[in-house]
Design a protein around this ligand. Structure first.
Ligand code: FE2
Length: 382
């Protein structure tokens, strides 16, 4: 059947886009009937000069809050458990996540455990959560993860050293305040990594076997927007308009992948990033060209459309597309290989098993074999 005739769901939260929209947080907490919010963030965010303005908005609304900032990059299962314990002990009734993907994913996990009990890893997989959590309001401060609109929460299993995906409508936030201002102080390498993550979201959602008419619109808009804005976003003279474009690109990508899911780039990145504690966007960037090389023939028309958005319309389209993506990766300063020596064969085997078992692998246009995934990992290191 034509995929456009298949039934597809499309879930997004309430979204407010615009300059200083983050300062509406107090007003919106009141709308949700909150009395005491837990702010989930990290220590890099609490040091930013705009952070007190967000707290002032909550204070002005007459609401109480506590701050939980014990969240590391690639958030860990025990951090989510600690946060859930604190949420209950402090009698909080709502969560405000401020930051990049790590605080937002951790906030989602705190929300799940504080309501459903048990351990956060009990909810790994698709639709394993019974009860919705407390109101979850997000203020993203990077343009890439889109955890603020997605039904994904990624958490590191510190026992197995692998990132695991929790996918459920129950982790879609209630509100996303999309404000470009925090991006102006973002480190250029973080901008590069998160931007390449957003581009990967758009590409993987567009070629996903679960793509549909609604996700396609957002995926294509995301690819086009991020592809053109990202080289300017990493420059010292970046403008608020460029960072607004990055926010919009990330948002469109989030709408797309939250509903169409992802593919082998993310499946491999979760396993790689969890094992070696590497930035998520860096893993995606290094994997993207290799996965397109394997996938291309299985979603040729869709990859050709992506290539056209990047200006490749004739000749060897596959080679042209990969070249465009590698040129972008180089332009924003992300290396071609992971800057580590190749890990042991045992670790590569473990990562391969992790990637093949990741829910994102299910919607990759080509079913990858053990050997194909293992070969990708084996060639990633310097
Ligand atoms: Fe991602």
């Amino acid at each position: 059947m034509n995929t456009y005739l298949e039934q597809r769901k499309f879930v997004v939260p309430e979204v407010i886009v615009g300059y200083e929209s983050s300062l509406l947080i107090g007003q919106y907490l009141k709308h949700f009937g909150a009395k005491k919010a837990m702010i989930v963030t990290d220590k890099g965010i609490t040091a930013q000069k705009w952070f007190p303005q967000i707290l002032a908005s909550i204070k002005t609304a007459g609401l109480n809050f506590i701050i939980f900032d014990d969240v590391s990059s690639n958030p860990k299962d025990f951090e989510a458990m600690l946060g859930a314990e604190l949420f209950l002990a402090e009698d909080c009734d709502s969560i405000v996540a401020i930051g990049g993907g790590s605080p937002m994913d951790c906030a989602k996990c705190i929300s799940i455990v504080s309501t459903n009990g048990g351990h956060v890893l009990d909810y790994v997989g698709v639709d394993e959560i019974r009860l919705p959590g407390p109101p979850l309001l997000c203020i993203p401060t990077t343009a890439g993860t889109a955890a603020d609109v997605s039904q994904f929460a990624i958490i590191t299993d510190t026992h197995e050293h692998i990132k695991k995906a929790i996918i459920s409508k129950k982790v879609v936030p209630d509100l996303a305040l999309i404000d470009p201002q925090p991006l102006m102080t973002m480190d250029p390498y973080l901008t590069a990594c998160t931007g390449m993550d957003a581009l990967t979201h758009g590409i993987e959602a567009y070629v996903s076997s679960a793509a549909g008419a609604l996700t396609d619109v957002h995926a294509l808009k995301a690819i086009e927007t991020v592809y053109h804005a990202l080289p300017k976003a990493v420059l010292p003279e970046r403008s608020l308009e460029v960072m607004h474009d990055m926010m919009m690109g990330s948002l469109h990508a989030g709408f797309a992948f939250s509903n169409a899911s992802l593919g082998a780039v993310h499946a491999c990145a979760h396993s790689l990033g969890g094992t070696l504690d590497l930035p998520h966007g860096e893993c995606n960037s290094i994997l993207l060209e290799r996965v397109i090389d394997i996938n291309y023939d299985f979603a040729k028309r869709r990859y050709d459309k992506i290539a056209a958005l990047m200006g490749v319309t004739e000749g060897d389209i596959k080679a042209g597309l990969i070249k465009k993506i590698s040129s972008l990766r180089e332009a924003v300063g992300i290396p071609e290989l992971i800057a580590f020596d190749r890990p042991s064969e045992e670790i590569i085997d473990t990562m391969t098993h992790g990637a093949l078992g990741d829910p994102c692998m299910v919607t990759n246009p080509k079913p990858l074999t053990y050997e194909e995934v293992r070969d990708i990992y084996a060639k990633l290191f310097r």
